[in-house]
Design a binder for this molecule. Structure first.
Ligand SMILES: Cc1ncc(COP(=O)(O)O)c(C=O)c1O
Length: 374
């Protein structure tokens, strides 16, 4: 069946997807928290439905386009996890008017003032989470900053309610050991719990204390004071997560199907028809202990072949080499051979494709489309 697909094509292994979802659900089960999965990795209705055993639970989105799409499909409790820009206020207000329990994120007085002005001028209501910086990764308010209360006070009476705090332990992706991931998880929890305490002591009642990154979610030991966990890439996993020790290479659920189109024997190169347009430019493993180039090369069954990696990528050409030079590419991989490339970063590679050819037990089950854009 796979032999009939025109390449490059994105494959999704259903057994691996389901097993990854089970692992996250089992990990969180002993804690009193809700999973609010981040749909930005897969941007697929079918994958999102598989994330919830029953019904349509709360989700995190990375674009209002995703919010529109998933709201239309019946997901109402939606956290837009990127700081809100003024040009999106009207779009967010529209979704809320239509019945979405949409939550916005902000981390500064200017955004708060602009949103409050918009709410007053338009008679709109918004629910926001204040973003807390737990590790210096990018945005957010330091957990002990008086700014948290200042923003909450500024919003009072404007139609904008602060219903919680959220943070994302992005620096956990740079961990060099599981011990470091565990430390980031402790830091992530402490940051939002401390920030929430500050706001509650100032008289603000919060219902959402939200954390989440795949590494910290899978290795946390304490979620006291936390109401929900957002995680995204766990559903697919990728080589960056495998390099961190968060998953095994065999857990990675997405791969790019490609075909050998030629060789440069004197250089030890095999040329395939998947370049960076199919694999993405992401080189996330470059800073890890083992640099996987543009991805690990597998056979049609999804098993890595020796020490083959995609070492370079042009727009539509990928160059495969054996790291040790031990494999003779021309005889091992004749023209026409189909291969599967495991991605560095599942979100980035998936974003290069319109959808997934879904496999179950190695057979093609169907095609699940993805949404794109903003
Ligand atoms: C705000 C926010 N929440 C949650 C996540 C999920 O992180 P991960 O994909 O590591 O699970 C991300 C990822 O970028 C994020 O930006």
């Amino acid at each position: 069946m796979l032999e009939l697909l025109e390449t490059p094509a994105l494959l999704l292994d259903l057994e691996r997807l389901d097993s990854n979802i089970r692992r996250m659900r089992n990990k969180l089960a002993p804690f009193n928290v809700t999973l609010r999965p981040h749909v930005k990795t897969h941007k697929s209705l079918e994958v999102t439905e598989r994330l919830f055993a029953d019904g349509r639970g709360p989700i995190t989105v990375s674009t209002l386009r995703e919010a529109d799409f998933f709201f239309a499909a019946g997901f109402t409790d939606i956290l837009y996890g990127v700081g809100i820009a003024p040009n999106k206020f009207a779009h967010a207000a529209r979704l809320i008017e239509q019945g979405a329990a949409l939550k916005l994120v902000l981390d500064n007085l200017d955004s708060a003032r602009l949103l409050a002005d918009f709410a007053r001028a338009n008679g709109a209501v918004f629910e926001v989470l204040l973003e807390v910086d737990c590790d210096g990764h990018r945005s957010g308010i330091p957990p002990h900053s008086p700014l948290l209360v200042e923003i909450a006070r500024l919003l009072q009476g404007s139609g904008v309610t602060v219903s919680g705090v959220m943070t994302h332990a992005g620096n956990s992706y740079d961990s060099r050991s599981i011990g470091e991931i565990e430390a980031y998880a402790r830091q992530e929890r402490a940051a939002v719990v401390d920030a929430a305490r500050l706001l509650e002591e100032a008289g603000f009642a919060l219902s959402i204390i939200s954390i989440g990154s795949t590494p910290t979610a899978l290795f946390t030991q304490d979620l006291s004071g936390i109401t929900e966990v957002r995680a995204g890439v766990f559903a697919f996993f990728d080589l960056v997560m495998a390099g961190l020790g968060v998953c095994q290479v065999q857990d990675i659920a997405v791969s790019v199907l490609t075909t050998v189109i030629g060789h440069q024997p004197e250089k030890g190169w095999t040329i395939v028809d998947a370049g960076w347009m199919a694999l993405s430019r992401d080189r996330g493993t470059a800073k890890q202990a083992v640099d996987q180039g543009y991805g690990i090369v597998c056979d049609l069954a999804g098993q890595p072949i020796g020490d083959l990696i995609v070492t370079a990528a042009n727009q539509e050409h990928g160059i495969i080499v054996s790291r040790s030079g031990s494999l003779d590419p021309a005889s091992a991989l004749p023209v026409g051979t189909q291969l599967r490339i495991l991605p560095n970063h599942a979100c980035a590679t998936s974003a290069q494709h319109g959808g997934y050819h879904v496999l179950t037990e190695g057979r093609r089950l169907g095609y699940w489309s993805r949404i794109a854009g903003w």
